[in-house]
Design a binder for this molecule. Structure first.
Ligand SMILES: Cc1ncc(COP(=O)(O)O)c(C=O)c1O
Length: 500
């Protein structure tokens, strides 16, 4: 039998004692190289255009990432240096563009262990401890959400995936018992399944509707109020005036809209959904972190009334992606869609004997032990530790909003709710809407190019807006001031470049 090349001495396989020691050595060396490269950085992004970066990667990897012959340890260390120099540095306090937090060191380290053992939670025998950890993590989250003992849930690769599975369950629950959608598909339906969410809901709703065969136009957007929260009376009206052949499968409330962090009025929406006999799903991908904060938890009042909840621990619990959770008030919901038995994985008699994994809960088969990093984080820091990080980011957002409001060239679009601040640069020399938009867009790209500050961009009522998504609990108010000064300077430079 040919022996595989052991270029990474002394051992090739991670999870035997010698291999584990080698993982330790290699991780030490990789992180040392990465730290060296990080120290030479000047901002959250490399100061390069996309084209310059692509040319650099071509030079660094002349034979691409799958060369015929390997370069051993040195090739790995070179990659670590290049990666740390060229990727985004989310721990830089001037990284504030997306709902993408810097990951916690404890979580990143525990994640190495998940990679080492490579357990999977689909079957009991492919990852027994990981299966037990995920079960307990889900129970802890459903308890925090205020669900009872019938609750269940599953970890997924992201908020989009959690929302997709929630709507899959909603679709199949609404269409039963008339037909088994799983077996026969949607053709021949005499009803048109539809769902209702705020006009500010995440685009993953529309994508899920398309993937579920309902079409994107099955999503009925409901108007939001001046605080960016779905108007309950508009939802009620939409439900009452719907066409006779439309079958509502779900109302979706957003607890933390992507741009504004606004939280739909869950108690009112739950009451309307209940009156109409429709499931309520809460997309708390962003706001779900408030479960860990005594101060912000009241924002989630009413979340326990939902039939299902999406929470992204890779957003407001500082986990390395991926770590999203879909929680169900009644775990029996799984059987409508994915409660699946496969002869080679989880046969009935194994299940009866207690050898069940989590295959029947998930849309995936092989599935990483993501509960490990999450459990390690909370065991190390406690809920209060994680909640305090959200509080710190909330404080930063309040500070940033005050600074923006007081700034002569910046205009606050709306008061922050969680950790985002939406605003606009107001040029000195023009009020023409198209030019103001162009300058705001260009100033953000200028900052990207310089690599000095990473801020977000969005649009409100057709106007380009800038956004700080503050998820660095170690950032200081002086970092906020520095970012706003950078926006001001880049705005002035763009005004000049636009000849206005
Ligand atoms: C409200 C909301 N829902 C869902 C998602 C999708 O999450 P993911 O990127 O993990 O798929 C996001 C992402 O920002 C979000 O803000």
């Amino acid at each position: 039998m040919p022996v595989p090349p052991t270029l990474l001495e002394p051992d090739l396989l991670a999870a035997d004692p010698a291999g584990l020691a080698d993982v330790g050595r290699l991780v030490t060396e990789i992180t040392r190289e990465a730290a060296g490269a990080l120290r030479r950085r000047t901002g959250p992004l490399p100061a390069q255009t996309p084209r310059q970066l692509a040319a650099l990667v071509d030079r660094q990897l002349p034979d691409g990432p799958i060369p015929r012959h390997g370069g051993g340890r040195e090739a790995v260390l070179a990659l670590a240096r290049a990666y740390a120099a060229g990727t985004v540095d989310l721990a830089d306090p001037r990284a504030a563009a997306h709902l993408q937090p810097p990951s916690l060191s404890v979580a990143a380290a525990a994640d190495v262990l998940a990679s080492v053992f490579n357990a999977s939670v689909d079957t009991w025998d492919s990852g027994p401890y990981a299966v037990e950890l995920e079960r307990r993590l889900i129970t802890a989250l459903t308890d925090l959400a205020g669900y009872g003992p019938a609750a269940g849930g599953v970890l997924t690769p992201g908020g989009s995936a959690s929302n997709l599975q929630a709507l899959l369950i909603a679709r199949d629950t609404a269409l039963r018992p008339g037909r088994d959608v799983r077996a026969v598909g949607l053709s021949g339906l005499t009803v048109r399944p539809v769902l209702y969410c705020s006009e500010l809901a995440h685009f993953s709703m529309a994508r899920a509707a398309a993937l579920l065969g309902l079409g994107e136009d099955a999503v009925r957007p409901v108007a939001a109020d001046e605080h960016h929260r779905m108007r309950p009376e508009e939802l009620d009206r939409a439900l009452r005036t719907r066409a006779a052949d439309e079958l509502p499968i779900a109302v979706v409330a957003t607890a933390g809209t992507t741009d504004y962090g606004s939280i739909d009025p869950m108690p009112q929406l739950a009451a309307i959904a209940r009156d109409h006999g429709i499931r309520l799903h809460v997309d708390a991908a962003y706001g779900g972190g408030a479960l860990f904060s005594a101060r912000l938890r009241p924002l989630l009042d009413g979340i326990e009334l939902a039939d299902s909840i999406t929470i992204d621990l890779h957003k407001t619990a500082w986990q390395p992606a991926a770590a999203s959770a879909l929680l169900l008030r009644d775990r029996a919901g799984f059987t409508t869609t994915t409660g699946l038995r496969v002869a080679y994985l989880n046969p009935e008699d194994d299940g009866e004997a207690g050898y069940d994994g989590l295959l029947g809960h998930s849309l995936q088969t092989t599935r990483r032990a993501d509960a490990l990093k999450v459990a390690a984080t909370f065991l190390a820091l406690g809920r209060e530790g994680v909640g305090a990080m959200l509080d710190a980011c909330h404080d930063l957002a309040l500070h940033a909003a005050r600074s923006v409001a007081a700034h002569p060239r910046l205009e606050l679009t709306t008061e922050p709710v969680l950790t985002t601040v939406v605003f606009r640069y107001r040029p000195r020399t023009t009020t023409d809407p198209a030019t103001v938009d162009a300058i705001n867009g260009a100033l953000r790209r200028r900052l990207l190019r310089e690599g000095s500050a990473l801020i977000g961009r969005t649009e409100t009522e057709g106007a380009v807006q800038l956004k700080l998504t503050l998820l660095n609990p170690q950032a200081r108010t002086s970092d906020i001031e520095e970012m706003l000064a950078a926006v001001d300077a880049a705005g002035a430079a763009e005004e000049e470049a636009h000849h206005v």
